[in-house]
Design a protein around this ligand. Structure first.
Ligand code: X90
Length: 277
């Protein structure tokens, strides 16, 4: 069976070595232009444009055709999407699956709603790749990955909630607090795949300690951690160092956010995926 993993670009992983892999892009629209979240985009340039852009900005999910095209060249597909509670990506992927199966009923397609995004999706993709490499069959992988996803989590630490609030993804009143100088918002992806805002620490160091406290309270025990950052390599490496001081064996990887997460997490934003296993 030839397997493939497909993710939408909210995973920040536009490449993945070792297994057939593709992403379908979300898009960011300003009144001037559209930014497609793929390998051709200069993300730093987009973030810099966004600092000065005037007028309405919004995003859109991959369409059914994009999902279908990415899934078409494999017999067995595992596709993962950003939370269905904040985006139409999951619905589009489900429709693409239905259309593909109508044409090719023999295909095996599993669509996973991450109820999250970014580095939590990254952990799931990595686990899918290792299950495929172990030679497990489709049903076993589906069963094991759904079980694994009960044990992965996402925390975020943001300096601005402006784009989330403008696009109706968080309460504008709460978003205002994040605009106060030095205030960070620490929150998590909730059980139902929405943003749950938990703390508003003041200052970068306090914010990183708060992130680690929330991880501990949520049963983090020293397993793998994935950190995605928007123009905040220093924040990401400082967090990694603070985690390693408490959990010396933690395997931590840092990636930059691509377009979609850069737009919503905004400059300085950190997103952290981890396991409670
Ligand atoms: O379909 C679309 O237009 C995409 C909409 C995406 C909206 C939210 C993206 C949030 C990305 C912010 C921090 C983590 C949030 C966790 C959510 C469960 C990054």
């Amino acid at each position: 069976m030839n397997f493939k993993i497909v993710s939408d670009s909210s995973s920040n992983l536009l490449h993945f070595a070792g297994v057939p892999y593709a992403t379908v892009p979300l898009k960011i629209m300003t009144e001037q232009r559209e930014y497609v979240d793929d390998t051709a985009l200069d993300v730093t340039g987009m973030v810099s444009d966004l600092r000065t852009v005037k007028g309405k900005t919004s995003t859109s999910c991959p369409n059914i055709y994009e999902w279908k095209t990415a899934m078409a060249d494999a017999d067995a597909v595992f596709a993962i999407t950003i939370t269905s509670n904040l985006s139409g990506s999951y619905a589009a992927a489900l429709q693409a699956k239905a259309e593909l199966l109508e044409e090719h009923p023999e295909k095996r397609i599993c669509i996973l709603d991450s109820l999250s995004t970014g580095p939590e999706m990254q952990l799931v993709i990595e686990r899918l790749a290792s299950l495929i490499a172990l030679g497990k069959d489709f049903e076993t992988i589906e069963c094991e990955i759904r079980e694994y996803m009960k044990h992965t989590h996402l925390i975020f630490c943001l300096q601005s909630l402006v784009n989330l609030a403008r696009n109706g993804r968080v309460n504008p009143v709460v978003a205002k607090i994040a605009g106060v100088l030095g205030i960070r918002i620490v929150g998590v992806a909730s059980e139902v795949g929405t943003l749950e805002l938990l703390h508003k620490p003041r200052g970068a160091q306090k914010a990183l300690l708060t992130v680690i406290e929330v991880m501990k309270a949520n049963n983090y025990k020293g397993g793998p951690v994935r950190i995605a950052h928007c123009n905040n390599e220093v924040g990401a490496t400082t967090l990694a160092a603070k985690l390693r001081a408490v959990y010396p064996d933690a395997e931590i990887k840092i990636v930059p956010t691509t377009a979609l997460c850069s737009f919503y997490a905004e400059e300085g934003g950190l997103m952290i995926g981890y396991e409670d296993l």
